[in-house]
Design a protein around this ligand. Structure first.
Ligand code: CP3
Length: 353
């Protein structure tokens, strides 16, 4: 494998010194880029992009051609696991993801088993291998998965949800069934992330997009508990380097201490948490990733630079910060604004290292 030329991301995730703060954006490859929209059109639909390793590689590299990002993130989706379990994932235009066979009863859950990553999700591992080859050591590649709880919400609801009616009814009325589902998902995610690491992912992030809709007790029992199991089961060293793990619970700011206890290397923060407070609370234990409101990218270049400067100042001097948005970049952001953001992080962070 080619020597890693820019390892700022890996160093910052391990709270080691860097020259400037590394930066990447959640959903950095996606619809805000005209070249992404063109390739998706060529592929036909979103899943065809994901399932063709050459296309997935091209999309992964698109934002890196435009901006000096410090990481690539595998182009795929969190819902590949339930799809491989036989739920039949499809995307309804404008309505987001849907499953043909949602999981609604204990009998439905009984029938599920953990997919074999190389056999059932081989297209993802092939994409990782092709991307590593094409990156040729430019920046590290981040692999990812959804958290068991977040995957379960989609599997039980049959798609996106606003109120989580079905999955929460299951949680309160049939907790054992939900625990069984989360157990098989935790096993699946562990195997999936380990396969990504073995294929070449150099850091991994667990997206717990919907952990923040739970009460504190339920968050511990139904989300954090399973992420903890995954962190404990991950390969932590590969190719002679530590493979850092990032946990991101959207709206999980009040639970950072619990999350830091899992043994993760870093925590992702959304913009509802002050990064200075977060550093005071858990900065001695884990690195922090975040946390600019993605909507700042709708504002003027001057305003974007100001917000970047504010977050850098809030984090303060020293190590352990990876700059990111607090959630995925919006599809209506102009790519030029993303350029302003990335350049501002590198330029303005020099004084803090
Ligand atoms: O960050 C990256 O650039 C990597 C790619 C990535 C995608 N999805 C590509 C994608 C990642 C990391 C994801 C994760 C994902 N997928 C999450 C967790 C992250 C988060 O945002 O909290 C969730 C909840 C999903 C499920 C999912 N997939 C949704 C809700 C949607 C959007 C549907 C819509 O129409 O808005 C998708 C589709 C999807 N995944 C797109 C992309 C670029 C858009 C598909 C398209 O229309 O081209």
């Amino acid at each position: 494998m080619a020597e890693l030329k820019n390892d700022r991301l890996l160093k910052a995730l391990l709270r080691e010194p860097v020259d400037v703060t590394p930066v990447w954006m959640m959903r950095q490859a996606g619809r805000y880029l005209p070249e992404y929209r063109a390739l998706r059109k060529e592929a036909g639909d979103f899943m065809s992009l994901c399932q063709n390793p050459e296309f997935a590689c091209e999309v992964t590299l698109q934002p890196l051609e435009r901006f000096p990002l410090d990481a690539a993130i595998l182009f795929s989706d969190i819902l590949t696991i339930p799809d491989a379990m036989g739920l039949g994932l499809y995307f309804e235009t404008g309505e987001g993801p849907r499953f043909k066979q949602p999981v609604r009863t204990p009998a439905d859950i009984e029938r599920l088993s953990a997919p074999d990553p190389e056999k059932d999700l081989g297209y993802v591992m092939d994409a990782v291998r092709v991307i590593r080859r094409e990156l040729n050591g430019r920046v590290p590649l981040i692999g990812f998965s959804g958290s068991p709880w977040t995957l379960a919400t989609y599997m039980v609801e049959g798609g996106s949800s606003k109120d989580f009616r079905l999955v929460k009814a299951m949680m309160y009325d049939q907790p054992q069934a939900l625990h069984q589902l989360l157990t098989v998902l935790a096993e699946s995610v562990t195997a999936y992330l380990n396969a990504q690491i073995q294929a070449g992912a150099q850091a991994v992030q667990i997206f717990d997009t919907w952990g923040g809709v739970l009460s504190p007790d339920c968050y511990q029992a139904f989300s954090l508990n399973y992420m903890q199991k995954i962190v404990s089961g991950l390969i932590r060293e590969h190719e002679g380097r530590r493979v850092p793990v990032i946990l991101f619970t959207k709206n999980g700011g009040q639970w950072l201490e619990w999350m830091a206890e899992t043994g993760t290397d870093a925590l992702g923060l959304d913009w509802t948490t002050n990064i200075s407070d977060a550093r005071n609370r858990i900065g001695g234990k884990v690195a922090l990733q975040g946390n600019m409101d993605p909507s700042v990218l709708y504002a003027s270049p001057q305003r974007i630079r100001q917000e970047v400067g504010k977050i850098l100042q809030q984090f303060g001097s020293g190590d352990g910060h990876v700059f990111n948005l607090g959630h995925g970049i919006h599809q209506f952001v102009e790519p030029e604004k993303a350029a302003v953001f990335v350049h501002a992080v590198h330029e303005l962070s020099q004084d803090y290292h």
